[in-house]
Design a binder for this molecule. Structure first.
Ligand code: SAM
Length: 543
């Protein structure tokens, strides 16, 4: 254990003599000399993190920076405490989570669970259900239907958690220390479903009677509150991480999460974090509107978010959830007077126009949102013209930054160029300029709303770098751009590419964003060569 009083005279973590040399990694532990720091490093290393755990009534446990953290710093890098298939899934291999078919599945010789190979049947991940099937259930599992979600998989990840009690008591203890919101969950449909499909099923079908029903349901709660969807497998699986489970939520977080190819989690800082600030990630989709984000968090994580973004009805002046004033003669926007209401009050919220001060009842505003929302869900995906039509049709009813319009703009910014065989080269000047403009609009919005979001911003910067370079190439071919102006455009493209590459640097190559990061690195090499040639031709020095 690290021994260090937060207050009072600093003492050496090794000999307890007075000490004034602080560990540069965590700024928490002190040593009297370099030798003692070196001596302690083996033990301290795994705990040397730039944060400490704090606790309060509003948040429960949460993490606070113990020193200033720079942009790009990795704050946490950890393997899961436990991982397993999603609760609702068609049969997947319990080693690598790949979808199985009747043809590709081969039953584990010991327990009968379908796997993709003997190698996967031998992975440590599969030990839990294999041992419990053999030793407790006493007969093999048979799965015949591979075409739809199979009910037996609903219990696997919970079973893997329970198995830790006897196989790895240290991990079991860590898991048990996590929040489960059992009392709040008791009022939900999901609790009742878990009681029948997980707790009763494990106790009766797998004969896990040495676990009480309540104990199993507590694990279900821990999985619900702390589980992360891990997208590195197809389909994604779920995992719970130890220290990352203590990160609080904010709709304007200062940290971002990425996954490693083997299902590890990396938490990195994407804006400077000062000593004493809380570390946060966004538990929900940061590009949902305030009411939807808050409702989702209340339903799944059992708290009503009161972060700076939720508390501001204009969402930092972006009007991301604002609707055009319903008065025909006014071109102002309606925002809720109080954006921190809870479900039962939402229907009575007053929406007020910032320009004419007219107030509207919630049902009148919600009917606009429902109409646009259902048009969006039924919209044919993947066609730029359909997206353009949606934007033209609904822009008069919403603020230009509204989340529904932003959602479509984001899709459209990527679609231009995707539908042509030759990519951006094959699209019209107008579409090309529209692509660049959409990327800029959404990026500007995101810089204000969620500057620490890295995935969408990285992808948009990549799209924009390509559009900027293509605009420059066309203008230069038409003799409309002198070499200096061409160089400046390409330098702008390079700046965007460098930023995209940085933002996506932790994305694994198995994911689309990781592939873009790889492409970004290749494009940077090509762009540097091109820029060097231009520099040589105009006789200036490379920048
Ligand atoms: C993944 S856990 C975080 C660790 C938890 N605070 C603990 O003590 O174990 C998620 C839970 O933390 C609390 N929480 C996280 N962020 C919060 C926030 N912004 N406001 C209120 N509660 C929050 C909620 O109870 C939520 O269900």
């Amino acid at each position: 254990m690290d021994r260090q009083g937060a207050m009072g005279p600093k003492t050496c973590a090794v000999c307890t003599e007075p000490a004034n040399q602080r560990c540069g990694g965590c700024h928490v532990i002190y040593y009297c000399c370099r030798d003692h720091q070196r001596l302690d490093w083996k033990g301290h290393r795994s705990r040397c993190k730039p944060f400490k755990v704090a606790d309060n009534k509003a948040l429960g446990r949460h993490l606070i920076a113990t020193r200033d953290i720079k942009v790009g710093e990795v704050i946490l890098d950890e393997q899961p405490l436990v991982a397993g298939p999603s609760q609702v899934t068609p049969p997947v291999c319990l080693g690598c989570y790949r979808i199985l078919t009747e043809q590709s599945a081969c039953a584990c010789l010991d327990c009968g669970w379908p796997m993709c190979s003997e190698d996967c049947a031998r992975t440590p991940a599969h030990r839990a259900e294999c041992d419990i099937t053999k030793l407790k259930k006493g007969s093999k599992v048979t799965v015949r239907n591979f075409l739809q979600p199979h009910p037996i998989y609903q219990c696997v990840t919970t079973l893997r958690c329970l198995y830790l009690r006897d196989s790895d008591p240290v991990k079991w203890e860590r898991l048990q220390s996590l929040e489960s919101h059992c009392e709040e969950r008791k009022k939900t449909r999901r609790y009742e479903d878990d009681r029948v499909t997980v707790a009763q099923f494990l106790r009766h079908f797998f004969h896990l009677q040495d676990f009480e029903q309540e104990e199993i349901l507590r694990v279900c709660g821990i999985l619900q509150v702390n589980g992360h969807e891990v997208p590195v497998t197809d389909p994604p699986h779920v995992a719970v991480y130890d220290q990352a489970s203590l990160l609080e939520h904010s709709c304007r977080p200062n940290c971002s999460k990425s996954f490693t190819p083997d299902g590890g989690l990396i938490i990195h800082a994407l804006e400077p974090i000062l000593k004493g600030q809380h570390l946060s990630i966004c538990y929900t989709d940061a590009l949902w509107g305030t009411a939807n984000r808050r409702h989702h968090l209340a339903e799944t994580k059992f708290f009503w978010c009161r972060c700076v973004r939720c508390a501001d009805p204009t969402e930092f002046g972006t009007y991301f959830s604002a609707v055009r004033c319903l008065s025909k003669t006014c071109d102002g926007y309606l925002v809720p007077e109080n954006s921190l209401l809870e479900d039962s009050d939402l229907g009575t919220t007053i929406w007020r126009c910032g320009r004419c001060s007219v107030s509207e009842t919630a049902p009148r505003v919600l009917s606009v949102l429902e109409r646009v929302g259902s048009a969006l869900s039924s919209m044919q995906k993947g066609d730029p013209r359909v997206c353009e039509h949606f934007l033209a049709q609904f822009s008069p009813e919403l603020h230009p930054n509204h989340y529904y319009l932003t959602d479509v703009r984001l899709a459209l910014a990527q679609l231009y160029g995707q539908t042509s065989d030759v990519g951006l080269v094959g699209i019209s000047d107008q579409d090309l300029s529209e692509k660049a403009s959409l990327c800029r609009q959404v990026l500007e919005l995101m810089n204000t709303l969620v500057p620490a979001e890295h995935r969408v911003r990285g992808v948009l910067m990549f799209e924009l770098h390509a559009a900027v370079a293509e605009v420059a190439r066309r203008a230069s071919n038409r003799g409309q751009l002198d070499p200096m102006a061409l160089r400046d455009s390409l330098l702008e493209s390079k700046r965007l590419l460098t930023e995209a590459s940085f933002l996506l640097s932790h994305e694994p190559e198995t994911l689309p964003e990781g592939k873009i990061a790889l492409q970004a690195r290749k494009n940077l090499t090509d762009l540097n060569t091109l820029l060097q040639n231009i520099h040589a031709s105009i006789g200036d020095s490379p920048l």
